[in-house]
Design a protein around this ligand. Structure first.
Ligand code: SF4
Length: 425
């Protein structure tokens, strides 16, 4: 992280306890300026989709900090078409925490969450979210909504936020099986969520708008599948941040024109990119530590390895029918590769690894994330038995004091060295 960002983060961090209102305004302005920069003056170093999504995500977070009443705080797996059709903005712990960390001011929020009872072993994305709320930087939204899918941190942090903010909270219970009955059960809950969302938004949901949102989701996902079909053949200049943005886009923004536009831009980016050549192709599992410059440098720029995909960006590319909006949204959560036993997620990565002719897999074990830690070693065993060398990399997607950068770079470099030797024998 560069010195100017560090200094800015320090300036903000020191003022959070006594001047939270000022910090909130500065953060909102910063993200709005970042959005303006990415949209009006995009860097030629990066892909068009990356710049567009960077601009959109910064704008959404800036808007939410500035005026939270017209927004919903959700978890990453929550289908959001209902909210988009009601013109509610949405964000999730991962998106907020990654932006705050890249502004170098996550520490006071983590400490505030811990001072209010969050365990040090709790997922750091959720500790940042809790701290943002406890300090008053992130104020009461119109609604909280989350699923039970995959992430157990949701159950604790969103309940605490409901108490703190005093706003309605909806929980979508996702069965562990992927049957038609499970889809119908979730669809029914999503339909029942409508009156609550309407009340929170202060307007009625128009059926046509919801269908339009689901049609946009289907188009967005179709563009992403098209992008994936070409991704492994080309070299793109950057990996960590674009993959994180793809994760956010393929969950939170599905149902918006912006999501569809971004994934269309991705297809353009790969069609005009140079061939990947002899670079080693890595599939990534779970979140990516995009603030760790030393780790990023191993995978992008002048290097012979490239991250070509992240399982959290394509966990639920399932068929969607705008005429059946609730069923379509439900299918996306129920059939996500993150739902059910770990073997589903492992199987999906194996399928993609074969499809994209990956050379290796990295499983990123986010601090406090039991569901990824629980499957990591079984996944490694399965991938290696199928010819895909695998590294289990412990780390933290947003707490810079818990990053263990030297250890991560040493382990990643050693793995890549082995991979090179393995491939050359
Ligand atoms: S990293 Fe794991 S625990 Fe944290 S938000 Fe994501 S799924 Fe939940």
């Amino acid at each position: 992280m560069n010195d100017k960002v560090e200094a800015f983060g320090e300036f903000l961090s020191g003022r959070i306890p006594r001047h939270p209102e000022m910090v909130r305004r500065i953060l909102a302005l910063t993200y709005h300026l970042l959005s303006l920069q990415a949209w009006r003056f995009p860097s030629k170093k990066y892909g068009k989709a990356r710049e567009y999504l960077q601009g959109y995500t910064a704008k959404v977070i800036g808007d939410m900090l500035q005026s939270p009443r017209n927004s919903a705080v959700v978890n990453i797996f929550m289908p959001c078409e209902i909210f988009h059709a009601l013109n509610l903005r949405v964000t999730a712990p991962e998106a907020l925490a990654v932006y705050v960390t890249n502004t170098a001011c996550e520490q006071p929020f983590i400490k505030e969450a811990e001072a209010n009872g969050a365990a040090e072993t709790f997922c750091s994305f959720h500790r940042v979210l809790l701290g943002l709320a406890e300090t008053g930087i992130l104020r009461k939204p119109a609604l909280i909504a989350h699923t039970t899918l995959a992430c157990d941190a949701n159950q604790l942090s969103f309940r605490r936020l409901e108490e703190l903010w005093g706003c309605p909270r909806a929980v979508i219970d996702v069965p562990l099986d992927t049957s038609a009955e499970a889809v119908a059960f979730v669809a029914e809950q999503l339909e029942k969520l409508v009156p609550l969302a309407e009340e929170a938004a202060g307007r009625r949901l128009e059926t046509d708008k919801l269908k339009e949102a689901v049609a946009l989701s289907a188009e967005s996902q179709a563009y992403f599948e098209k992008y994936l079909a070409s991704r492994a053949k080309v070299h793109l200049p950057e990996a960590m941040t674009p993959e994180l943005l793809n994760v956010i886009n393929n969950h939170l923004y599905l149902g918006t024109k912006e999501s569809e536009h971004a994934n269309r831009l991705l297809c353009g980016d790969v069609s005009s990119a140079k061939p990947i050549g002899k670079r080693k192709k890595i599939l990534w599992m779970h979140v990516l530590p995009n603030y760790q410059e030393e780790v990023k440098a191993i995978f992008q720029g002048e290097t012979d390895v490239e991250v070509i995909g992240c399982d959290l960006a394509y966990d639920a590319l399932v068929p969607m029918n705008p005429e059946k909006p609730f069923e379509s949204m439900a299918r996306r959560v129920v059939q996500s590769s993150y739902n059910g036993p770990g073997s589903r997620r492992i199987g999906e990565t194996l399928r993609r690894a074969r499809q994209m002719s990956a050379d290796g897999v990295i499983i990123f074990c986010q601090w406090g994330c039991k569901q990824t830690q629980g499957l990591a070693y079984e996944a490694k065993k399965v991938f290696e038995a199928n010819g895909f060398p695998t590294l289990v990399l412990d780390g933290d997607g947003c707490d810079r004091t818990n990053a263990a950068t030297a250890q991560a770079t040493t382990r990643a470099s050693a793995f890549l060295e082995e991979l090179r030797e393995y491939l050359y024998v």
